[in-house]
Design a binder for this molecule. Sequence first.
Ligand code: GLY
Length: 582
Amino acid sequence: MSIHQLRRSFALSVMALSLAALGSVAAASVTSSAVKYDYEQSIFQPVAGRQGMVASEQELASRVGVEILKQGGNAVDAAVAVGFALAVVLPNAGNLGGGGFMLLHDAKSGDNIALDFRELAPAKASRDMYLDAQGKVVDGRSLHTHLAVGVPGTVAGLEHALQRWGSLPLSKVVAPAIKLAEEGFVISPTLGKALSVEQDHLGQWDSSRAVFFKNGQVLAAGNKLVQPDLAKSLRLIAAQGAKVFYQGEIGDKIVAEMAQHGGLITQSDLQNYRVIERQPVTGSYRGYQVVSMPPPSSGGIHIIEMLNLLERYPLAQYGPNSAQTIHYLAAAMQLAYADRAEYLGDPAFVKVPQSGLISKAYADELAKKIDPVKVVASAQVKPGQPLPYESDQTTHYSIVDKQGNAVAVTYTLNLNFGSGIVAKGTGILLNNEMDDFSVKPGVPNAFGLVGGDANAVEAGKRPLSSMSPTLVLKDNQPWLVTGSPGGARIITATLQTIVNAIDFDMNPAEAAASPRVHHQWLPDELRVEKGISPDTTRLLREQGYKVVQKPTMGRTQTIQLRDGVLLGYSDPRNPDGATLAY
Ligand code: GLY
């Protein structure tokens, strides 16, 4: 473990203990916000900067972003450069063969824009494609076969963003990624572990072995990862633009890979792929404006739905991670996730009652279901239609530039290394985003979770996502830029980052290090991280919660703007992340 990692893990434990203690005191009705700390006097301090800042899950990529900012690029230029760099240095989640969302605040116009470059189902996809002749879900088909791959959106999305809001040529923002792919980088313990865990999936395919194996062994921490084919693909993109991915040499190779292994993606699927500019979903919370990702993400709607509920409770008085605060968080989460399973899907295919779900009046109705002391069993919250499965591996980064532009990007291959399939000759890992559909509505999928009709597989449809790049504005100016990976837990990790900042006055380092909780309606359990105190847990159990401690949730990348200073922090749950500023 490096000094850097030791420092982070020590800091996380200290914060967990001190915040848990703070929670218990607050539960006894002492106002936790009575003492205000300047960030420079806080126990755990964020990175500070004045001009520009990049927070990502890989220090090498954050460096790329800050260099672009220093060279005069804006936040979108940096975001595109970081997106390409992460495809090289964070191969388990950063990508060219996946998809995602970008949320942008344009300082000049004051506009907030949501960019959707989510993958979509190929034209030949059909509702029952993951079932056998008996109608049973075939294990792994939606995860680790060529049928798992959705039509990728990342390259189109990054190019679109650059052309619309960037200021630098594509060749310039792709150049750092090419260098990293050609020269290679040393694999960290975190990436080494991910490679080791996924070696069976990656090892199935010669094209993937060629990238991630040497002498028959999967690469490990300390080895160098050099990716000549990926560098070649990046060079083609730098020279010819996204066209080469969707209608040229790279696209041809992806289509050949599909044809050889029974995949569905065709030349016309690639040619027909379109990026969509959407209106973000917006709400308000204690005087702040919350701007987040609309469907096909479920994240923005449910973050606002939960904040509308939480606004009626004096959380600052209850204190961070006190039993009372966790109770209201969990109750709001339970109600929102029940709605999610029922109503959310690709808006081109299903009518999502967005304005209803985010209205304050609806929160008034929902609040009547919340008992101040007792948990309501999930079975009574709403029968039927449980939650669609979403996986854990995705990545988020946040960027602010000196003009005040703010960009939040969450993009993904779905699982770690996606399908595990590298399209031969491209170095590009392909996603397994098709598993974000309900592979069989109403019946557990490969992971034992089930989903509803709104998210069933249909040709040309975008699978429901939890990715929630989010901006919080104060007086129309960015105040918090945040988001997280973590599958279904993305939404609750992002929610708690906002609540920690607004209700508990935590800086981004404190907010990131605070232990998280999560309830997703089904399973009917309150999942907590290590660090929630035993007496808080006991109180929650007495209220009727089934409290389970499980691995950490989310890895936020947050930037806050306070009094002209940029304060940022990369979640200590991933020691490879770094927030850099100038
Ligand atoms: N694949 C994770 C998500 O989109 O939520």
